[in-house]
Design a protein around this ligand. Structure first.
Ligand SMILES: Nc1ncnc2c1ncn2[C@@H]1O[C@H](COP(=O)(O)OP(=O)(O)OP(=O)(O)O)[C@@H](O)[C@H]1O
Length: 329
C-alpha cells in the first residue's frame, strides 16, 4: 500500500534536490500485487498575529510558551490521534537544528492547519513525522494511535495510517497510475490480512474515488504524474489519499499551483474523506485553502517552534498583518 506510495512521496522530495533519473526506469511490476519491483528501484534511504501591541481576537487563544500544550483536553473530546511533545530535530548531514521543541495534539476527526513564513520548519516537521532520513530526531516524543511513531520505519508509519502529500509530487515514468494505486492499495489490504482486489474489483473501487476527486479516468493509464500539470499532480495526490484511506493526512501546500476550480475540487474531495476518525494536518501559506477546508485549529510556526495556536481568526489576522508579529523570539 502505502509502502509504494510512501516511497513515491519520498521520491518527490528527492526530486527537488536530486536527479530522479534513478526512478525513471522503474519497470511496471509483472505482478501488480507486489511492490518489490518498485522498492528495488527506489533509493534505500528514501523520503497572531499579535501586533506590536497585541489585541487578541476573542476567538483566538494564544499559546503561552512554545512548550505549552496546543489544545486543551475537554470532557467528551475525541481520542488523541497524534501527540507531539517537545519534538526537536536536526538536519542529518549538517547537524543544524531545525525543530526546536514542537508541541501539537491532533484528535480524531480534527482538521489542523500550520502556517508560517518560508523556512520556519513546516515541511521539516511533516517530513520528520513520516520518518524522512534527511533529519535526525534529537528530542521529544511522537505518539500516533497510542504507539511510539519515532520507533517505526517510514514504511511502518505509512502502514499505521499516516499519509503525506509532498509539495512536489514526483513523476514515475514506466509505472501506470492505476497499477501504482492498485499495488499500494493491495499492500495495505495484505497488511490488514484482507484479500487483495483483482484488477476488475479494484477498478470498481477506484471509480468511486475518481469521481470524488473529479478526475478524468484517462489519467489512470498515464504513468504516475508524468506530464501531469501541477494541479493534476495535486489532484492525483488526493486520489492516492482517497485510495489509501489514511487516518492522518499531512497535506503540504496542497493548494499551491491550483486554479480556483481545482482548489474547490481538491477541497471538496478532502472534505469528503473526513470522518469522525480521520484527521488532516494542512500546511499552507494562504487563508483561501482554509475557506474551503475549515480547520479547528490554526498553528503558527516560527523558527522551528509552534508559537501560536488559535482558530481560523489567526489566519484572517495573518492575511491582514503578515508574520512580523509571530516571531519565536
Ligand atoms: N535537507 C535539508 N538540507 C538542508 N537544509 C534544510 C533541509 N531541510 C530543511 N532545511 C532548512 O531548514 C529550514 C526549514 O525548511 P522547511 O522546508 O521546513 O521550511 P518551510 O517552513 O516548510 O518553508 P516553505 O514555506 O518555504 O516551504 C530552511 O532553512 C531549510 O533550508
Amino acid at each position: 500500500m502505502a509502502t509504494a506510495v510512501f516511497y513515491l512521496h519520498f521520491a518527490s522530495t528527492f526530486s527537488r534536490t536530486n536527479s530522479i533519473s534513478s526512478f525513471s526506469y522503474l519497470p511496471l511490476p509483472k505482478n501488480p500485487s507486489s511492490t518489490s519491483a518498485v522498492r528495488r528501484k527506489l533509493p534505500s534511504s528514501l523520503g497572531l498575529y499579535s501586533s506590536p501591541s497585541p489585541t487578541p481576537s476573542p476567538r483566538t487563544r494564544a499559546v503561552g510558551s512554545p512548550a505549552a500544550l496546543e489544545t486543551e483536553a475537554g470532557e467528551g473530546d475525541p481520542k488523541i490521534l497524534l501527540e507531539v511533545r517537545d519534538l526537536k530535530a536536526s538536519i542529518a548531514e549538517s547537524g543544524e537544528e531545525i525543530l526546536r521543541g514542537v508541541n501539537l495534539t491532533i484528535r480524531e476527526g480534527q482538521v489542523h492547519a500550520i502556517m508560517g513564513k518560508n523556512g520556519s520548519g513546516k515541511s521539516t516537521f511533516s517530513k520528520v513525522l513520516v520518518g524522512h532520513p534527511d533529519y535526525v530526531v534529537t528530542g521529544g516524543t511522537v505518539i500516533f494511535k497510542g504507539e511510539n511513531l519515532l520507533e517505526k520505519e517510514p514504511e511502518e508509519r505509512s502502514h499505521a495510517g499516516l499519509f503525506m502529500s509532498f509539495q512536489t509530487p514526483v513523476e514515475i515514468p514506466g509505472v501506470s497510475n492505476i497499477d501504482f494505486l492498485q499495488m499500494s492499495y493491495n499492500a495495505k489490504r495484505r497488511k490488514l490480512d484482507l484479500p487483495e482486489l483483482s484488477p476488475i474489483e479494484f477498478f470498481g473501487f477506484l471509480s468511486q474515488k475518481l469521481s470524488a476527486v473529479n478526475m478524468n479516468p484517462s489519467f489512470l493509464n498515464r504513468n504516475v504524474n508524468e506530464g501531469f500539470s501541477g494541479g493534476e499532480k495535486k489532484r492525483n495526490e488526493i486520489l492516492q489519499l482517497a485510495v489509501l484511506e489514511a487516518d492522518l493526512a499531512i497535506l503540504d501546500e496542497i493548494d499551491s499551483g491550483l486554479d480556483i476550480d481545482a482548489l474547490q475540487d481538491v477541497a471538496k474531495a478532502v472534505n469528503g474523506l473526513l470522518t469522525q476518525k480521520n484527521s488532516i494536518l494542512m500546511i499552507t501559506h494562504y487563508q483561501r485553502l482554509l475557506d474551503y477546508i475549515k480547520p479547528k485549529y490554526v498553528h503558527i510556526m516560527d523558527d522551528g517552534l509552534i508559537v501560536k495556536t488559535g482558530d481560523i481568526s489567526i489566519a484572517e489576522l495573518l492575511e491582514e498583518g503578515g508574520y512580523k508579529a509571530f516571531s519565536a523570539e
